[in-house]
Design a protein around this ligand. Structure first.
Ligand code: IPD
Ligand code: CA
Ligand code: CA
Length: 272
């Protein structure tokens, strides 16, 4: 394993601190399921506390960097410095329903040289508090689960592929489009999974647990860290047209090289 950089240490420390609190709150949420009021207010507070913890920790470590926070929005920093892209709780619906599958996602995005916009994501941490797993990557230094190197799966047959997706839900996403893609891919693969946390769909793909993933309507905080982790694990990430961009929030199709082209053929064919 390469020596952990100071940056990854900062990110992991922040994620663990926020994650410890989320883990405790998750215990409480399980009790609140049976209360008449339900856990919704409690969960939105847990989400805010996690974001505040991450913000405080990351700001203390890099005082002049800006933020893109899911809850707090964009906070400008020094335009010549990187910025943090943070989802403090990815998998909120799972958390709310007492399902132990959620994560904290933190990415570092570089400014465009010479100013005027944002460039590549160069560092990523996705921390899953319940399993205590830290998926991380740095550009050109590989993707890792703790000190073990991550590699996307080597499966090349659709008939063996386990594919994750995000299904549209109330007020979110295009059901018609998703159904067409599902009808094209579903019958060809070994299984489709909807786990409910996009950052973990990507991290698990990087770990070879899933062989492919597609979803549309995501945001930068859902995907920025996961896309770097997948690429550094040797995977391929594109939009639905097959184009590769630094962050794919609107549409994501990710897989190992050979499955990516097979899945893309099915997906593109279904939308024609
Ligand atoms: C959601 C999760 C989910 C995806 C949704 C996201 P949140 O993020 O990543 O898997 O399907 O589109 O909004 O709201 O739990 O942070
Ligand atoms: Ca999210
Ligand atoms: Ca969230």
């Amino acid at each position: 394993m390469p020596a952990l950089s100071g940056l990854i240490r900062v990110m992991e420390r922040a994620a663990r601190k926020a994650g410890n609190r989320l883990r405790r709150d998750f215990g409480e949420v399980q009790h609140l399921q049976v209360s008449r009021k339900g856990p919704a207010d409690f969960v939105s507070k847990a989400d805010q506390i996690a974001e505040r913890t991450l913000y405080d920790e990351l700001l203390a470590a890099r005082p002049d960097w800006g933020f893109v926070l899911e809850e707090g929005g964009t906070i400008e920093g020094d335009p010549d410095k990187p910025r943090w892209i943070v989802d403090p709780l990815d998998g909120t619906s799972n958390f709310l329903h007492g399902i132990p599958h959620f994560a904290i996602s933190i990415a570092v995005q570089e400014p465009k040289p010479g100013g005027g916009g944002w460039d590549d994501v160069t560092a990523a941490v996705i921390y899953q508090p319940i399993t205590d797993e830290t998926f991380w990557a740095e550009k050109t230094r590989g993707a890792w689960l703790h000190d073990g190197r991550l590699r996307v799966s080597a499966r090349s047959r659709l008939s063996e592929a386990l594919v994750a997706t995000g299904i549209p839900f109330m007020g979110h996403g295009d059901f018609g489009e998703w159904a067409k893609i599902f009808a094209a891919i579903g019958p060809q693969v070994a299984g489709i999974r909807r786990y409910g946390a996009a950052s973990l769909d990507l991290a698990w793909l990087a770990a070879g647990r899933f062989d492919g993933f597609w979803e549309s309507g995501l945001k930068d905080w859902d995907t920025a860290a996961g896309c770097l982790i997948v690429r550094e694990a040797g995977g391929f990430v594109s939009d639905f047209r097959g184009r590769s961009n630094p962050i794919h929030s609107a549409q994501i199709l990710a897989a190992n090289d050979s499955l990516h082209s097979r899945l893309h053929k099915l997906l593109a064919g279904s939308l024609r």
